[in-house]
Design a protein around this ligand. Structure first.
Ligand code: NDP
Length: 289
């Protein structure tokens, strides 16, 4: 058996197309604002991808590129200004931040109504009460990918490996809201393989290349690989990427997401959709809080 490949780009494009259609129906163009501190190459490249995708679907996009010497009060003052600006629909501060800035205080300063990353405690709380107004992008992207390929979720036993606040935990909330039975595993879990072998739906978000091997997967399971690990350089000098799931799992699973080209494109597409969702609510005069 060889697993069906759940490719990210077509599913991401469907989400982007929906975002474009919904944005076009709004009285005012949704505007995404991204604040970036310093010139970390990974952050520069993520932010320019977000900007490109926003422009591609007809949203406005502004990047506030500040020096890494920016103080916390200066950053908070900018956030306050963008919070108050009715033309701004979505606002995010690219992480990680320099060490002298408290990221908790920064994330809490962003208006929950504009928090398109879904990291504000109000949005985290809403996620767990079943009203995911602005869900975090990677887990919501995973659910959108499963929906695109019509993978059933309700009643399935989902095992999530990884309990970070940006992937594992919020994904558990989203899958629970879709009536999956959810188990979360982490670095202190005993007998990981015996758990993962129970899963109808196995999602791995750890950051360890090829952690999940074929013996750890139930034949016929659907496997989503969130992990992105740099494993050396290609001949052209570009980083070679590997997922958390060993490629041989394709011999056991019914379906598998590739790395790269699986969950990655969904994350940025969901960010664009969140910007449209935020704009819809703001322009309808509704409040998320
Ligand atoms: P974190 O480092 O924040 O969390 C990793 C989780 O994995 C932790 O809960 C940790 O457990 C758990 N873990 C570590 N080792 C093991 C192990 N041996 N067995 C079981 N669990 C283990 O990572 P993130 O959630 O931020 O990211 C995870 C991966 O997903 C990374 O590769 C990252 O690059 C990728 N990623 C990809 C995105 C995309 O768009 N494609 C977006 C976000 C992340 P404990 O809590 O006990 O420490």
């Amino acid at each position: 058996m060889s697993a069906a490949i759940l490719s990210g780009p077509p599913a991401a494009q469907a989400l982007l197309d929906e975002a474009r259609d919904r944005a076009a129906r709004l009285p005012h163009r949704p505007e995404l604002h991204v604040v970036r501190l310093g010139e970390d190459p990974a952050s520069v490249s993520y932010v320019s991808l977000k900007e490109r995708k926003a422009l591609e679907v007809g949203l406005g996009s502004t990047v506030h590129a500040l020096p890494d010497t920016t103080t916390q009060p200066e950053l908070l003052a900018l956030i306050e200004r963008l919070n108050a600006d009715p033309a701004v629909s979505g606002l995010l501060v690219q992480l990680p931040l320099p060490a002298h800035i408290g990221s908790g205080a920064v994330l809490e300063a962003i208006s929950p109504e504009k928090d398109v990353d879904g990291f504000h405690p109000v949005n985290v709380g809403r996620l767990w009460t079943g009203d995911a107004a602005l869900p975090p992008c990677t887990p919501a992207g995973v659910v959108a990918l499963l929906d695109y390929y019509r993978v059933p979720i309700a009643g399935r036993w989902a095992v999530i490996v990884g309990r970070s606040t940006i992937v594992g935990k919020p994904l558990a909330a989203l899958l629970l809201a879709r009536d999956a039975t959810v188990t979360i595993a982490h670095s202190r879990t005993q007998g990981l393989a015996s758990l993962t072998r129970q899963a109808d739906l196995l999602v791995v978000a750890v950051g360890k290349a090829h952690l999940i091997t074929p013996e750890m997967v139930r034949p016929g399971a659907v496997v989503v690989d969130v992990g992105v690990n740099r494993v050396g350089l290609s001949k052209s000098g570009k980083a070679r990427l590997a997922g958390d799931v060993h490629p041989d799992v394709a011999e056991v699973a019914a379906a598998l997401t590739p790395v790269p080209g699986g969950v990655g494109p969904m994350t940025v597409a969901q960010l664009i959709m969140n910007t449209v969702l935020a704009a819809e609510r703001l322009q309808a005069g509704e409040r998320v809080t």
